[in-house]
Design a protein around this ligand. Structure first.
Ligand code: NAD
Ligand code: ZN
Length: 604
């Protein structure tokens, strides 16, 4: 519900002002619709000008029958006779409403304590004391479970002890209400705390309702003044339709790479020129090496450098990244000189994410998506110890977050330095070697058969594809040659998807990963063998490779899924829009329906 009053006191008629060719309110309506999070979107207004404008643009609008003091009352009147569970208010003057914040405020209703929640709202971190003191900025304090304790225009809490680290939060005016909560609000009279602070949502607290707060640090542009409008117009002009598959992309690549057996020993001298006084290097090392003293001795820890063992038992999570960053910040006064990841794709991705999050504030989950990272990451080095994922060269880090499994894909993600030493992969078990190697093979197949294919992707993809066939189906390579070639196949496979995308197997494998925790490589294999209709020639080759190496691909992993689990899996998979577009073209939704996915998953 987008409450829209024509006569805003500070900037009358602002909702009908032109914003790059359309009125502000129409932009807001379209932005809310485009999030794809709602079954219905309505503008609720007192103005027939706004009403007609929305209808003329193909939208849905409702006329308020009564005079209202505030947006919530306007919404309450509109939903009184509708059959709804959860109503979300979107401010009419926020044309840049993003999916991220709305998704977070809705996600709280899927958490275990959802029963207790009457409404949910958003807050963002503030650091500037001027902002904390500004009575126009509403501050909020929360309990340990993020339920709101109080909202105020005063700085809360009062910082009597300056040595206690405290995070201040500003309240953002986005709410998701259970219907009952908003109807109660409408009927209950205002009390004195609300009246004196002039903050609507205090009414809920005064009547004992529970407001759950979610953190969202993305900043939108509100149109409060004519100057805001000028700024917003400029912003729209500058932000070209930034879809994932836009035509020209200016890609960062890994600027430095060493290759060859034994080259790992170059690490110390490479790092020495990046050492900053008092600032440690942090080594994130796969815990498979924990007892391997011979290997660990080759990592020269100096001064206050720190080695942290990482379990690759589970794939990386945004919360794990946040915890690592918190620990590092707590232990060291100075930001590290660099982060060095030594391990498989799991450790590669963690190292990339940690180096970003040491500099960018908030949670890693705030940055899942394309180009959301604003500040350059800390110097980071990747040393792969298994080949196949291409994570050592890619522009992304795949993370499981509270609402989705998605990478932080940005210009600041790729490593500053990579060390490719094929000898480091000697200890990898046969199954693991196969699964991760097949990740590379599948990257190539999906890139080469995708609609995004171009000469750039093709040249890398074909090379990696041929290398995979030589390694997994040929008989002429020594083990040493095979290790070196697989390391380069991984690199080329990663480069191939940089300028294109992965496809059906990855989209479906993300679903398995999200619901069952199935690992990336094995998940791709489980899916891929069922994809004859999409990749017939390559699925046949894949089956030959499975046979030749006597590898077991797990069967029947979806047979005991509950209906909800299956639905979640399908939703996660369908959410990977760019992957489907690459695999099947812009008309993919006609081919891939939830039913189709269910049928495929049931075979796995
Ligand atoms: P992994 O990192 O999960 O490791 C698999 C297993 O191999 C672990 O048990 C690990 O301890 C062990 N291992 C690692 N090196 C070893 C060695 N030298 N000897 C013996 N054992 C060793 O596996 P992976 O397949 O390399 O990585 C999967 C991860 O990569 C997933 O999280 C996936 O999402 C991610 N990924 C990222 C990208 C990207 O572009 N960023 C691309 C594909 C996959
Ligand atoms: Zn992959």
């Amino acid at each position: 519900m987008i409450p829209a009053r024509y006569g805003a006191s500070r900037f009358p008629g602002k909702l009908m002002q032109d914003l790059a060719g359309k009125p502000v309110i129409v932009r807001t309506y379209e932005a809310a619709k485009a999030t794809d999070l709602f079954e219905e979107v309505y503008v609720v207004t007192d103005s027939d000008v706004i009403f007609k404008e929305i209808e003329a643009n193909g939208g849905k609008a409702i006329m308020s029958q009564k005079e209202h003091d505030c947006g919530s009352d306007r919404i309450a009147e509109a939903v009184e006779h509708m059959d709804v569970d959860i109503v979300v208010n979107v401010q009419g003057d926020e044309p840049f409403t993003s999916r991220e914040g709305l998704e977070k405020v809705l996600a709280v209703f899927n958490e275990p304590d959802a029963d207790k929640i009457d409404l949910a709202s958003l807050m963002s971190e503030i650091h500037d004391w001027k902002e904390i003191n500004d009575p126009n900025t509403v501050k909020v304090i929360v309990d340990k479970d993020n339920f709101a304790l109080y909202f105020s225009r005063s700085p809360i809490p009062y910082p009597r002890d300056k040595n206690v680290a405290i995070q201040y939060y500003k309240h953002k005016g986005i709410y998701a209400f259970r219907k009952q909560a908003i109807m109660d609000f409408y009927r209950l009279p205002m009390r004195s705390l609300e009246a004196v602070e002039k903050i609507e949502c205090i009414r809920y607290l005064e009547y004992g309702k529970n407001i759950k707060m979610a953190v969202s640090n993305t900043t939108g542009v509100e149109i409060d003044t004519p100057e805001d409008l000028v700024r917003a117009n400029k912003l729209l002009k500058e932000s070209k339709p930034d879809t994932v598959n836009n035509k020209f992309r200016n890609f960062p690549m890994v600027p430095k790479v060493v290759f060859g057996e034994g080259c790992f020993d170059q690490l110390t001298s490479i790092l020495s020129s990046h050492k900053k006084e008092k600032a440690p290097f942090i080594f994130l090392v796969d815990d498979v090496f924990e007892k391997n003293t011979e290997f660990l001795d080759r990592i020269n820890l100096r001064f206050n450098d720190k080695l942290i063992f990482i379990s690759a038992e589970e794939e990386p999570k945004t919360s794990q990244v946040d915890d690592l960053v918190k620990d590092i910040k707590a232990e060291f006064t100075y930001a590290p000189s660099g982060i060095i990841g030594i391990g498989g794709g799991t450790v590669m991705d963690l190292a990339k994410a940690v180096s970003i999050m040491l500099i960018n504030k908030g949670s890693a989950a705030d940055y899942q998506g394309w180009d959301l990272v604003k500040q350059k990451a800390i110097y980071h080095v990747g040393v792969p110890t298994i080949s196949g994922t291409g994570a050592e060269v890619s522009r992304t880090t795949v993370l499981t977050g509270p609402v989705r499994k998605l990478g932080i894909n940005s210009d600041f993600t790729p490593f500053d330095q990579v060390i490719l030493d094929p000898d480091l992969t000697i200890g990898v078990s046969k199954n693991q070697w196969f699964y991760t190697g097949m990740d590379c093979f599948i990257h190539c197949v999906e890139s080469l058969n995708g609609t995004f294919l171009n000469a750039f992707s093709q040249s890398y993809g074909e090379k990696a594809y041929d290398l995979c066939l030589e390694i997994f189906l040929g008989d002429s390579l020594s083990e040493e040659e095979s290790r070196a070639k697989l390391m380069m196949a991984s690199w080329h496979g990663g480069m191939s998807i940089a300028y294109s995308q992965v496809g059906v197997a990855h989209a479906m494998s993300y679903g398995l990963g999200y619901v069952l925790g199935t690992k990336h490589g094995i998940g791709n294999c489980i899916v891929f063998q069922q994809l004859e209709e999409f990749y017939p020639k390559d699925v046949a080759l894949f089956k030959q490779m499975v046979k030749k190496h006597g590898v077991e691909i797990p069967q029947g992993i979806c047979k005991d899924l509950s209906i909800e689990q299956m639905d979640t899996m399908i939703t996660v998979a369908l959410g990977m829009v760019p992957l489907w577009e690459n695999a099947l073209g812009s008309n993919w939704e006609a081919i891939i329906t939830p039913e189709k996915l269910r049928e495929l998953y049931q075979k796995m």
